[in-house]
Design a protein around this ligand. Sequence first.
Ligand SMILES: [Zn+2]
Length: 419
Amino acid sequence: MSDRRQDIRREVERARDEIVEFTAELVRVQSVNPPGRNYREAAETLGGKLAEFGFEVEYPTAEESPEHTAAYPRVNVVGLRRGAAPRPLLHLNGHLDVVPAGDGWTMDPFAGIVRDGRIYGRGTADMKAGIAAVVYAAECVKRAGVELGGSVEVSGTVDEESGGFAGAAFLCETGRLTRERVDHVIIPEPLGVDRICVGHRGVYWFEVTAHGRVAHGSMPFLGVSAIERMGRFLESVRTDLMPALARRTTRMPVVPEGARKATLNVNSILGGQAGETPQTPCVADRCSAIFDRRFLLEEGFEATKREIEALLEALGDGFELRDLMVVHPVQTPGDSPLIAALEKTIPEVVGREATLIASPGTYDHKHVTRIGGIDHCVAYGPGILELAHQVDEYCEIEDLVRSTEVLALTLFDLLGELR
Ligand SMILES: [Zn+2]
């Protein structure tokens, strides 16, 4: 190990308490989504630290987005620290929003409590520790006296938990996060200190509506029940579609193992009269259900949708299919220098070989690749994925420090040193 690498790791270790405190500071800003509370304060907390560390900071705000309101403005933050050259540019992107705390916590979810080697609170793992890690990775390289050849950029974006359209997607659409100016992107989602995430499956959310004909409930034979019709569709989903999906496995290293298959979840179903209203004797003339289909890179969206259409066609008239959301799968190229850099450094810092994984759900990677056109994007960050969105969420401080070291050395490897 060269002296440079030792110097960088030593600076990270020395900054341990600062990294923990900055994580706790971010957790104390209750940037809860929905509805998107305190985004400005969250962006400014990150932006203030970046400015202190020599970044040029701006606050791109998605004013045109439907989510942006006076009460809940969609404020993002981007900080750039120029190296000897503008390129290569490594962009580190974290989302500022957290899901609501929910009930059942044994402590204040927004106090940023440090106890037993852990930082507790909503968003510690997902993903404020990750944001602190990337900020200090860049700072500790500088503290080690290294002048980087390329440039480093850190962004904090909003709304990842609700699709990221006013956040990461907005940075891509406005030219900030595109292949024209950015070479590599690391997203510090909580995937574990020794795992590199190289993409995710696709999402197809759709609504099926069955139409019927209303009639008096005492003479149902005079009408057509939309609920019965929906029942026929659900039956063909169960007997035809589900077994077919269970036979399909992706080559992507999706975790957990069960998510390596194509899956479908019935999200909700609503038919006839609303449950809370007084019921009248009527045959239901309408029934809608919402489905969450996670498709594989190998399946593709077109075939995924066509399969649903074919099931509906086989059942005859009376159905309507509506797309609610489509997210295409993404995968980082296997020969990406980003993967190579992380694979080299993780064993050096953590003492274990790195594992390549893919995410069962999606994250902002899709925007970076699909809109920004940047292939070299991975997720790597501290925290345990399974703790995300749970009560008593926490991040191990040891993991936080180790992954900050990994990120700092990766930055050093990818951007090079001015000599
Ligand atoms: Zn997240």
